[in-house]
Structure formats: C-alpha cells, structure tokens
Design a protein around this ligand. Structure first.
Ligand code: DMJ
Length: 621
C-alpha cells in the first residue's frame, strides 16, 4: 500500500544520522517546501486517481503488463503493439472520470456524503448495484404476488391438522439446525450432517430447499436465520462437480421462490449468480446440457451409467421454469435462449411410437440413446415442465401446450394400462416392451394430469380428471397395501400382484412427496374429502414410523413390521412433502393456482402475466 511505499521518502535512511541542528534556517525552509509539495502530490494520487493501489502494484511494481491488461479488458498479447495507446487512453479516461466524481463529492455537504456512503453500502450488500456480486442486475420494483400468506382454515379439525403439520416442520428444522446446520442434509438417527454427491461441495441444501416452506408456514424467525446463512455462507465459487438438475431444482428454484415470497434482493442476486454458474453446462454441440458440471472449470460430462454418454430427459427437460425466471430477473435473455434451444433440438427428432420421448439423448450427436420411456425416474418432470411452461407463461406458450398434450396422448396409448383388479397404472416402455411397474416418482402424474385437465383439447377435460383420479387411487393403494402404510419406491402389476413391490431393492421409502403432491392437487380441484383423509393417513404413518429422536428418517422396507431406518432426512421432505401436506390442509387461496406454479421441487414461482402492468416484479426503466 502507498503508506509503505512512501516511507523511504518521508524518512530516508541517510537522514536518520543527520542532526536537525546541522541544517540552516533557509535549508530547513526549502526542505519543508519540498516535503509539503511531496505530501500534496501523494494526497492527490490517493484521492484523485482511481484504483491507485492496483495501478501502483500493477504498473509500477510489476513487469509492465498482465494485471493492467486484465483490468482494462485489453488482451495482454496486444500490449506493446499499437494497442498500448488505447490502453493509455483508457487509463486517462478512467482518471478523468474519477476526478470529476471527486470534484462533485467535494462540493457536497458532509451529511449528504455520509448518506451516499451508507446507501452505496446497503445496495452493494443487497447485490443491487455494481460492486456487489449481482453486478449489473437491473433494478426491479418488487410487487408481492397474491396468496403468499394463508388464512387459518375455518373448520377446527382442518385447523388442528394444519397446525400439526407445522409442528412436523418445526421438528425437522430444529433437528437439522441442531445437528447438521450448514450441511446439505441431516442424519436423524446418528444426529449428524449428511452430504450426497449430487451437490458436490455445495452446502446448505436443506436451508435453501426449506426457505419457502418456512415462509409460507409463517416461521419467520427460522426464515431469518436461514436468510442470514445464505447471505454469509452460500458460496458458489468452488472447484466442485455438481448435478445441474439437482442444483437447479433445489438451489435455483429455492432461491427464486424465496425472492418472490419475501422480496429480499439477496435471493434474486444469488439465484442469478448460480444460474450463470450453470451456463457452461450448455456448451455441447447441440446445446443439450451435460448432467454434471464442474463449477470452477465449467467442464461438463454425463453420468457414466447413462446409455452411450447420453443426457437424461428429466434432467435437461427440467430447467425451463427456473431459467425463464432467471431471464426475467436478470434482464439477460441467455437463460431463456438455452432452454428454448432444448425444445428446438427435440422438435427435430422423430419420436418412437408416434410421440414418445426416450429417456436418453446424446448431446454430441443429437440422437436418442436407448429407447427407454418412463413417466417416473429419468422422464417424469420433463412432461411436468411442458405443461407448467404453458401455465407459467399465462397460457401464451402454445408450443409448450401442444408438446404436453401430444406427449400425454402418446403416454396414454402406449403406457397407461388397467390391472385385472381395476387399478390404472403407468407402465415403463423398453424398446417396445412394457414393464408393468410404476415408481413412487410416477405418482406425481395424478396431480399433473389434473392440473392440465382444464386445458385438454377435444373436450377431454372430464376424461383427464377421471384418469388423474384413477392414478391417485392406485398410488394410495400402493401405500395401503404395506405394513407401514407408506409407499414403496416401485410397485408392480405382474406375477399375480397389484400395486405391491416384489423386489427387495424397491421396498424402501425415502420421505418422497409425489403421492401427497397428487392428493393436494386432487383436493384443490375436487374438494373430495378422501384426499385429505388419505393425506392424514400419510401424516400418521410418518409420525409413527419415520419420526425419530433427531428428525425424520426414510425406511428400508415398508412391508416390514418395524421400521429399519436409512438415517437420512432428505431436503425434499422439508421442501415438498411437508409443504404439500400443509397446503392440502390450507385454504385454496394460499398460493392459488391462478398466480403460482410449483417447480418440480415444490418451489412456487409466479405466473408471468401477459399483461405486463400487473406483473409480479417489474423492471424499472
Ligand atoms: C425431488 O427432488 C423432485 O420432486 C424431483 O422431481 C424428483 N425427486 C425428488 C423427490 O422425490
């Protein structure tokens, strides 16, 4: 810093030995003059030259170039050629600008200067202006969308059940906070932190995933603690490999919802910052993103197990909602362009059996991998996002709408079957052969089909609602036919069984939300009390078999007479399972469907209204 560099001039070694009396008065006066001229010069340099410390270290105390070149944005290779003039001109201009700014500042009243400094600090802390990490974000007028805060249910029984679910959230959160604060997830039996490799070195998945649930349950102290953790600790600048899909749905989705619910700038800034970190995943010949990405190097790859180096349908197809909002909140169209390009690639491809989407697609060749089709794992949320893209666009994304209803038609024709016992299920398709198995994950489809029923073409609304109700009943049966009254990971309709898991490795329950999610949608659309009743059965089973001293745990076998714990409290338990349960026992105007769409991790995102003036968060010109 300048202080140390000035020392040799203020007290040069050869003057240490000189006695003050050895100078005559005129010499003293001349020395004083020289000294004060020098001090004035130094003050000038400190106050009027911009970034003088960097300039000093970059230009004077280093060999000419590299740092200066990066600072000015000029390619270092060009220094020493004619571009040196440009560089000098830029430095001169920077200095002139700084001088003008300094003069303006000097003319201000000291109180105004103090206020300016405070304003700048606040804005930087919130990531609104340059200098913060949300560099260059447009200033946005935040308008809270309707239905953020719910009313107490009027019916006392419902009110009590809703309060119980809030208590479950409190218990999950308190234990996470006590034993695993800052870790991705909690191990509720061994009472310690847990981190899966889906998030690489990223931290705090439960905190970010739970933010919006805390908010809608009015747990504001907990929300503030979570916000503080985000401000102080949520860091994306790390050399680590993450799952693009998981980080998008949980972290980007969680941050976006937290922003829309609370209006806190830090969430917008962090969401955009993270979105930018994910962009290198799209650097493939087709623009179909890699599944895995190193956040520092930007190098991507696919899961080693995925057919011939393919990307996965449910992963690259589940970015659309978040990326459209990232473009809206950042003013940068790049996010929307990336996800619209995915559609373009898919539109060019022939679909097997007149409209099915295989789970595997090679991002280099743009060709399908194995012809496996599923509405459960590897496929599921791709279909969900087609429908929700249309709804979230205030029903203006006609392409999304057509893709969804066409896909559903192909699914109905090829995959949906009825068992001899009368249970409707969605099978999996492997190169033309049906596997009569339905995953817990597939159970979200009841809710999805109900959500889309209203817009179904050819007067199919009633038919879609019936289909949704039948699938919901099947999923409920998968719970009812177990000992613990919790659903297995997958259940089969062959070998003489219906809605029962036959393989040991399909008997586990990891606190997944899909069945409860579907109950919530069915309740909202029908108000048939059985959906609340089924939801309450699930609450009782969770309390009886998953609640342990240190939180909630998954179980290894739902057919066993006693639970054998897997010792993980998944972050989606707080983000989805408990949120959907709470909404199931809330009034319909809490996060109403006319204004909100849930991402696949249950993070509510506002519908982007066609009428811009009534939009949720308007950019200020
Ligand atoms: C969640 O992370 C999301 O719902 C995702 O779409 C599927 N799997 C889990 C919950 O089961």
């Amino acid at each position: 810093m300048p202080v140390t560099t000035l020392l040799p001039f203020t007290a040069p070694p050869n003057r240490k030995s000189a006695s003050p009396t050895s100078f005559r008065l005129t010499e003293k006066f001349i020395l004083l003059l020289v000294f004060s001229a020098f001090i004035t010069l130094c003050f000038g340099a400190i106050f009027f030259l911009p970034d003088s410390s960097k300039l000093l270290s970059g230009v004077f105390f280093r060999s000419a170039s590299v740092e200066t070149a990066t600072r000015t944005g000029i390619d270092s290779g060009s220094i020493g050629t004619g571009n040196a003039d440009k560089m000098l001109a830029k430095i001169r201009k920077d200095h002139e600008d700084a001088l003008i700014e300094a003069k303006d500042t000097l003319q201000k009243h000291p109180e105004d200067i103090k206020k300016d400094i405070k304003n700048d600090k606040d804005q930087v802390a919130q990531g609104v202006v340059k200098g913060g990490k949300g560099d260059g974000l447009p200033i946005i007028e935040y308008v809270r969308p309707p239905g953020v805060i719910g009313r107490e249910p009027s019916d006392p029984d419902t009110k009590e059940k809703r309060a119980k679910i809030k208590e479950m959230m409190q218990f999950s959160w308190d234990n996470y906070k006590r034993y695993a604060w800052g870790f991705n997830e909690l191990r509720p039996v061994s009472k310690q932190g847990h981190s899966s490799n889906l998030f690489g070195g990223l931290k705090g998945a439960t905190i970010v995933d739970a933010l919006d649930t805390l908010y809608i349950m009015e747990m504001y102290d907990e929300f503030e603690a979570a916000t503080e953790w985000v401000v102080k600790n949520l860091d994306f600048n790390m050399n680590t490999e993450i799952s693009v899909f998981e980080v998008n749905i949980r972290f980007v989705g969680g941050l976006l919802s937290a922003y829309y619910l609370s209006g806190k700038e830090v969430f917008r800034q962090k969401a955009v910052e993270l979105g930018e970190k994910l962009l290198p995943a799209f650097k493939t010949p087709t623009g179909i993103p890699w599944a895995l990405l190193n956040m520092k190097s930007g190098i991507g790859r696919n899961w080693p197990w995925a057919s011939g180096g393919s990307s996965i349908l449910a992963e690259y197809g589940t970015l659309h909602l978040e990326f459209m909002h990232l473009s809206k909140l950042s003013g940068n169209p790049v996010f929307a362009e990336k996800v619209m390009n995915i559609r373009k690639v898919l539109n060019r491809l022939d679909k097997p059996s007149g409209g099915l989407y295989p789970n595997y697609l090679n991002p280099n060749s743009g060709q399908w991998g194995q012809h496996h089709v599923s509405v459960g794992g590897l496929g599921d949320s791709f279909y969900e996002y087609l429908l929700k893209a249309w709804i979230m666009s205030d029903k203006s994304d006609e392409e999304g709408k057509k893709l969804y209803y066409d896909a559903l038609q192909a699914i109905e024709k090829n995959l949906i079957r009825k068992s001899s016992g009368g249970l409707t299920y969605i099978a999996e398709w492997k190169g033309g052969l049906l596997e009569h198995k339905m995953g817990h994950l597939t159970c979200f489809a009841g809710g999805m089909i109900a959500l889309g029923a209203d817009g179904a073409p050819d007067q199919q609304t009633g038919h879609h609602m019936e289909l949704a109700a039948e699938i919901t009943r099947t999923c409920h049966e998968s719970y009812a036919r177990t000992n613990l009254k919790l659903g297995p990971e997958a259940f089969r309709f062959d070998g003489g069984v219906e809605a029962i898991a036959t393989r040991q490795n399909e008997k586990y329950f990891i606190l997944r939300p899909e069945v409860i999610e579907t109950y919530m949608y069915m309740w909202r659309f029908t108000h048939d009390p059985k959906y609340r009743q089924w939801g309450w059965e699930a609450v009782q089973a969770l309390e009886q078999h998953c609640r342990v001293e240190g939180g909630y745990s998954g179980v290894r076998d739902v057919y066993a007479s006693n639970p054998n714990y897997d010792d993980v409290q998944q972050s989606f338990y707080l983000a989805e399972t408990l949120k959907y349960l709470y909404l199931l026992f809330s009034e319909d105007d809490h996060l109403p469907f006319e204004h909100w769409v849930f991402n696949t991790e249950a993070h509510p995102l506002p519908i982007i209204k066609k009428d811009f003036s009534s939009n949720q968060a308007n950019e200020v010109e």
